[in-house]
Design a protein around this ligand. Structure first.
Ligand SMILES: CCCCCCCCCCCCCCCC(=O)SCCNC(=O)CCNC(=O)[C@H](O)C(C)(C)COP(=O)(O)OP(=O)(O)OC[C@H]1O[C@@H](n2cnc3c(N)ncnc32)[C@H](O)[C@@H]1OP(=O)(O)O
Length: 173
């Protein structure tokens, strides 16, 4: 079966959530774990749109919480596949928190998740190629290779010596 080539817009996903009392801590702030869960779902939807397969989360890169998100805020999570490798894809997530009554809206998080496509037997399967189109998509595509090398080194799946593009950032020949 031939694998269709896809563009980032094919995986673009927007998910909204309303922060309810059960999502918050005693300071009425959204709990980090709840946000990570919502981000995982949005990223998985995006990865599935690219792969048209069952996908599993292989890794989550550094996620920092810039400021608290409050009870009653509306969360918008935007997800898009930045690069496809062999059986895995990198998904970028941008998160905004909006207080509708006051009209304030602020970016709260950015993150990269990696998903691996599996068949019905749980075996890894190749994913469609991704061709970036816009300047921003091309930049994210280029950076994805270095981010992949870093996360594979950190997870013990790649030797630092093999991370040519990542090393080039630090050592000029
Ligand atoms: C019955 C059906 C029901 C359907 C229902 C439908 C509903 C569907 C909705 C789903 C919506 C919710 C979706 C939530 C998604 C989860 O939360 S899934 C649950 C949490 N995740 C897991 O359980 C995954 C557990 N881990 C694994 O299964 C295996 O480690 C993996 C990820 C498949 C990788 O297996 P492996 O043997 O290490 O495979 P390996 O051949 O070495 O590597 C395969 C690829 O993984 C990459 N990889 C491996 N480790 C890493 C790492 N640490 N970092 C980055 N990449 C890595 C490799 O680089 C490689 O990529 P490519 O070079 O091929 O592109």
């Amino acid at each position: 079966m031939s694998i269709k080539v896809k563009n980032p817009k094919d995986s673009h996903t927007i998910m909204n959530e309303l922060v309810l009392p059960n999502d918050t801590n005693t300071l009425n702030n959204l709990m980090g774990g709840r946000l990570l869960h919502w981000m995982d779902i949005a990223a998985a939807i995006s990865a599935q749109k690219h792969c048209n397969r069952i996908v599993v989360t292989a890794s989550v890169d550094n996620v920092s919480f810039k400021h608290p998100i409050k009870l009653g805020d509306v969360i918008t999570i935007e997800a898009v596949v930045t690069r496809a490798f062999n059986t895995s894809v990198e998904v970028r997530l941008d998160v905004w928190a909006e207080n509708i009554p006051s009209g304030s809206r602020a970016k709260s998080n950015e993150a990269y998740y990696t998903f691996v496509a599996l068949d019905q037997d749980g075996k890894t399967v190749p994913v469609p190629e991704l061709i970036p189109e816009t300047v921003e998509e091309i930049e994210l595509f280029a950076g994805a290779l270095r981010r992949r090398q870093l996360r594979l080194i950190l997870s013990g799946k790649m030797k630092a010596d093999d991370a040519k593009e990542l090393k080039a950032l630090f050592f000029k020949e």
